[in-house]
Ligand binder design. Structure first.
Ligand code: BGC
Length: 701
């Protein structure tokens, strides 16, 4: 075994490989030592236990002819052992530094286990709460998703992939998976080029710009072309236009599924189509091993393309330092990291909670109260972890009830699953506040978790109805992977906290919020529909010639409002913030201008708090209709009661551009509204209009 000399030169290594060994490098499988021994696998997914990873790596490096190390991959979306809030929840924190920090922590734990690749971040802009995978997404907004992409890539990959705590990230699912028809999992996708370039591609461009090591095409098709074989997007857009030279890894069994899509007659054609489109690694379908030898002899693929794909895989392994150190990075975790990751998980959970409503200031519960805690999610530690919780263990998670009891030993906390339980009605009668823990279990969202009726499941509305018969204040902690549409919830509950799936520290974070030790500051990264029939509803909708009005012939419903229940950016606090003094300069801008935007924010309420201010633009008149609001910035400010401060943003003229149908930025002269405020409800935004002038030569035709 001449591993060290061979690895010095990947080209020599490639030249020494048989066709089957090459195809092995392009094949990712679930753990199977026999296949590894035959060099028929180059990467392994779904193995998370460090001992088993070590053993299998031994087989690869010591038990195969060339000793090429395996690349271990896992879905570490929101933590490895320590589980952070699900991505949709973290998006609500509106905090790039936090997004990066949780990815960094997750990378440390993952690298320490011997895993070198995570299938994250998931960057599918999602505007349909029926789709279960909205929980994995950064929400509805492309600008926000792009910031999320950069932060996550930086966090996972660190400064250099070879660093002991770095893991390779994977931007997925490329692209527009979030637009599946009717929110139905794996369903066809058909979006216009404009929407593709304006909404779905930007987060992937941002991930590539941030140096993401791998990309995964979506299972779905786009206007008839399955993404796994989409040459126009995988080769032309991703590799050529955006210079992505990393590894493209198919989704699970996606190459074989090309036959079900009806674009390949057999596994040979399927394998050839995927390779020709630029897919380097075949995840779990076995199509490359089974199909590419025949595809070569039929002349469907050039051998040079196989070699190029193998080189990209070897290159990734080399960049990760796997040839030098194929085993777990024991130094990835520093002393104290376990505890600091738990602390970070608690902070992230606190910042992700969105206070949706708080009638009569029911929350916080500042002094000891008699609390009755009920509902199926009150003591469900495992459910707190949400989908894709990697190595997260239910036993290490803190349920809401556990957290409250631990944090509040002086409080009188009674717990009943429901009001049929013995003593429950009496306890409810004696309680000061009823805290209902309602919502979805982890399995109700995530992959294959589409719901046609994303309401409160399993008779929970009845439980709430019963609770309301006691005439006590009701606070609901809503656990879910999506906006839940249940009008009665918002009628019956005085306070509603959207907790999403908060992760390992759920109960501790809830105790912090309920008691006012932490002031909620999360803001919705998705519009919360009032009715299922409004879907898709999002803040960046384009105008119509007949906007909703009292006229029948206007863009509205006969039987429902067009307004969402809560707009994008909604999120209350235990204090109130007021906005004023918007200043934008200069007022007349040219193509090179930097635009400075400032506004005053004042804390008018009784508590210290943190506010996220949003900056939107509106292109008033353009050659095509432009969205009513386009997010272009966010700024955070912490204020004590009575304190006033300034939020600042900076825009370039490029932020006023929009992509044309092939994705090139188009800057058009004219008026632009600059809007600043607490969320995407236009009536609450300060607005100032500026004008962009372009020299004749730079004005597009
Ligand atoms: C999912 C991917 C995931 C992969 C590997 C697929 O079913 O669509 O998001 O990374 O499985 O677990």
């Amino acid at each position: 075994m001449q591993l060290s000399s061979l690895t010095k030169d990947k080209r020599n290594l490639l030249a020494s490989m048989s066709l089957e060994e090459k195809l092995g490098q392009l094949t990712m499988i679930r753990p199977d030592a026999a296949e590894v021994r035959k060099a028929r696998a180059g990467s392994i997914l779904d193995l998370q236990e460090p001992g088993s990873i070590h053993k299998l790596q031994e087989v690869a490096v010591s038990g195969t002819r060339l000793g090429i190390p395996l690349l271990f991959a896992l879905d570490v979306l929101h933590g490895y052992g320590t589980t952070f809030p699900v991505p949709l929840a973290e998006a609500a924190a509106m905090d790039p530094a936090l997004w990066e920090a949780t990815a960094r922590a997750a990378a440390r734990e993952t690298a320490a286990a011997g895993i070198a690749l995570t299938f994250a971040p998931m960057l599918d802009v999602a505007r349909d709460p029926r789709w279960g995978r909205i929980v994995e997404s950064p929400g509805e907004d492309p600008w926000l998703a792009s910031r999320f992409a950069e932060a996550k890539v930086r966090g996972f990959q660190g400064v250099a992939l070879a660093g002991s705590s770095a893991i390779a990230a994977c931007a997925k699912h490329f692209v527009a998976y979030g637009a599946v028809t009717a929110g139905r999992e794996y369903a066809p996708v058909d979006v216009s080029n404009r929407t593709l370039h304006e909404v779905h591609l930007p987060p992937f461009a941002a991930a590539v710009e941030a140096g993401v090591a791998t990309v995964m095409p979506a299972f779905t098709d786009l206007a008839g072309v399955p993404m796994t074989i989409h040459k126009g997007l995988l080769r032309d857009w991703l590799r050529v236009r955006h210079g992505f030279d990393g590894v493209i890894v198919s989704d699970f069994n996606a190459i074989a599924e090309l036959i079900s899509h009806g674009v390949a007659a057999d596994i040979v054609e399927a394998a050839a189509l995927a390779l020709n489109a630029g897919v380097d690694i075949d995840m779990a379908s076995g199509a490359y091993l089974a199909g590419l030898p025949e595809a070569l002899s039929r002349g469907l693929v050039p051998e040079a393309d196989i070699d190029a794909a193998v080189m990209r895989v070897l290159d990734l392994k080399a960049r990760l330092g796997l040839f030098e150190q194929p085993f777990a990075r024991e130094d990835a975790m520093r002393p104290g990291d376990r505890q600091s990751h738990r602390d970070l998980a608690r902070e992230a959970a606190r910042k992700s909670v969105v206070l949706l409503q708080n009638r009569g200031g029911v929350l916080p519960l500042a002094k000891p109260v008699r609390l009755l805690v009920a509902g199926p999610l009150a003591d469900a530690a495992g459910e707190m972890l949400g989908p894709w919780h990697a190595a997260g263990q239910a036993g290490e998670a803190v349920s809401y009830l556990q957290g409250l009891r631990r944090a509040l030993p002086d409080w009188d906390i009674a717990h009943f699953e429901d009001f049929a339980a013995a003593g429950a009605r009496e306890a409810a009668g004696n309680a000061d506040v009823l805290l209902l823990c309602l919502g979805e279990t982890a399995a109700m969202s995530g992959e294959a978790g589409s719901r046609a009726k994303p309401d409160l499941p399993d008779g929970q509305a009845a439980l709430l109805k019963e609770a309301s018969s006691f005439g006590k204040p009701i606070a609901v902690v809503l656990t879910s992977g999506r906006p839940v549409m249940e009008p009665f919830l918002f009628e019956a509950a005085d306070a509603v906290l959207a907790a999403w799936f908060p992760g390992s520290e759920a109960g501790n974070a809830l105790a912090d919020i309920l008691t006012g030790k932490a002031n909620p500051c999360g803001k919705l990264p998705v519009t919360w529909p009032a009715e299922i029939g409004q879907i898709p509803i999002f803040h960046a909708q384009r105008p119509t010639g007949r906007p909703a009005s009292e006229l029948r012939e206007s863009s509205k419903y006969l039987d429902a409002s067009v307004a969402p229940l809560f707009p994008f950016g909604h999120g209350l606090s235990y204090t109130q913030f007021a906005y004023g003094g918007l200043r934008v300069s200069p007022e007349a801008v040219g193509p090179e201008a930097r635009i400075s935007v400032e506004a005053e924010v004042e804390n008018l309420g009784p508590a210290a708090g943190e506010e996220t201010a949003f900056l939107f633009i509106r292109d008033v008149t353009a050659s095509v209709t432009r969205p009513l609001l386009e997010l272009r910035g966010l700024a955070k400010i912490k204020l004590d009661p009575g304190q006033k401060g300034t939020v600042r943003f900076e825009l370039g003229a490029g932020d006023l551009a929009f992509p044309d149908e092939d994705g090139s930025p188009r800057l058009e002269a004219g008026a632009f509204e600059i809007l600043v405020g607490p969320g995407a409800d236009k009536s609450g935004l300060l607005c100032h209009t500026i004008s962009l002038a372009l020299p004749k030569s730079s004005a597009p035709s």
